[in-house]
Design a binder for this molecule. Structure first.
Ligand code: PEP
Ligand code: MN
Length: 363
């Protein structure tokens, strides 16, 4: 059972205006005062209220632009003063945390490489103790849900109650179109365990290219996530980091206002409610039947276990299992069920079945 987090609802942070999505936008990196101010102006013009800019940049290779450093915090202060926007940046150490507190940064986030390091997360959590700064935690680079949750717990234990998450996908050695594997399954699992945690997607780092931003943002909205963090630069082609994935403020406006379709999470309409209640009743009956079928199947598994025991036969016969799985995948495809789904479900059924047979053997 998941431990609960002690949270202040995002509606009380004073950062975002509904309806969805809550948007955080701004350049990958703060580069110059002009670039920061020009980008903020463009974003503010169409109602973006939360501005991001990387001040310290975790780059893969040394010698790349590693961020402007503390100097850039003054530019964020200027954005705040000039446009009344909230400003946020990534922190990766205790020193960064203290600098942000000193310069009145409104919100911070932990990058994927930091979330993967419990020592750093603890150091940052201790530095932020007794402050009221909201913290967003990106998923760790590797698809490890517990590591992600552990980071949230460390911050929460240090008294950080304005907490949220950003899903930016997972590093992968497999060749694929996106820069990072969206691995939505893990995000959905986290959402299910902590539905009250404000949830942002970062389609910029997930996709790595402008052309993927709309489809990934749409997916995030369709999953019911609350927000998007998207990189935007006044002149993306000249960006010192992540040039291929940044949008101009106009491009972002176009994506949000013309491309993205945001469906409601719920509706007050009587007709909708009646329809959904009926459909859900059908699902409940089918689920009950599924349970009954699982239980019946396990009953037969136990009998098989008993039978094998009497005849001194080993429980696991991989060739039999291989042929069941192959048959189910083929039959499943005919019903329009995906290979991944069938494999996951039948692997789980098979594992439980082997457990049941083992119980009989050991009895
Ligand atoms: C960023 O948001 O600029 C960044 C470096 O992100 P990530 O930690 O997802 O790589
Ligand atoms: Mn970036």
């Amino acid at each position: 059972m998941a431990k609960t987090l002690d949270l202040v609802p995002v509606g009380e942070w004073g950062f975002f205006t509904l309806p969805r999505p809550m948007v955080i936008a701004g350049p990958c990196s703060a580069e110059t005062e002009e670039q920061v101010m020009e980008t903020a102006r463009g974003l503010n013009e169409f109602g973006i209220h939360v501005f991001r800019a990387g001040i310290w940049k975790p780059r893969t290779h040394p010698g790349c632009f590693e961020g402007i450093g503390t100097e850039g915090l003054k530019w964020l202060q200027k954005v705040k003063k000039t446009y009344g926007m909230k400003v946020c940046t990534e922190i990766a150490s205790e020193k960064h945390a203290y600098e942000c507190i000193k310069y009145g940064i409104d919100m911070v986030w932990l990058g994927a490489r930091t979330t993967a390091n419990p020592f750093l997360v603890q150091e940052i959590a201790d530095a932020l103790r007794d402050t009221d700064i909201p913290v967003l935690v990106k998923n760790p680079v590797n698809p490890d849900l517990d590591l992600w949750i552990g980071a949230l717990e460390r911050l929460n234990r240090a008294g950080v109650k304005k907490l949220g998450v950003i899903h930016r996908g997972f590093s992968t050695s497999e060749k694929q179109a996106y820069r990072n594997d969206p691995g939505w399954k893990i995000a959905i699992e986290l959402r299910t365990r902590y539905p009250e945690l404000p949830f942002f997607a970062d389609p910029s780092h997930m996709g790595g290219k402008r052309e993927y931003l709309l489809e990934l943002s749409q997916r995030a909205m369709d999953l019911g996530l609350e927000g998007l963090m998207i990189e935007s630069h006044c002149n993306p082609a000249a960006a010192l980091s992540d040039a291929g994935q940044q949008l101009t403020p106009d491009g972002l406006r176009n994506l949000l206002e013309c491309g993205l379709k945001v469906r409601d999470n719920d509706s007050d309409s009587e007709a909708y409610r009646e329809g959904i209640v009926q459909l859900r009743a059908q699902i409940d009956i089918i689920d009950e039947n599924l349970l009954y079928s699982f239980a019946s199947r396990m009953g037969v598994s136990k009998k098989i276990g008993q039978y094998k025991k009497e005849h001194n036969i080993a429980i696991l016969q991989t060739s039999r299992w291989d042929s069941i799985l192959a048959a189910m995948r083929e039959r499943g495809a005919a019903y329009g069920l995906s290979d991944e789904f069938i494999t996951t479900v039948f692997t789980a059924i098979h594992e439980e079945s082997v457990r049941k047979q083992n119980e009989i053997l050991e009895a």
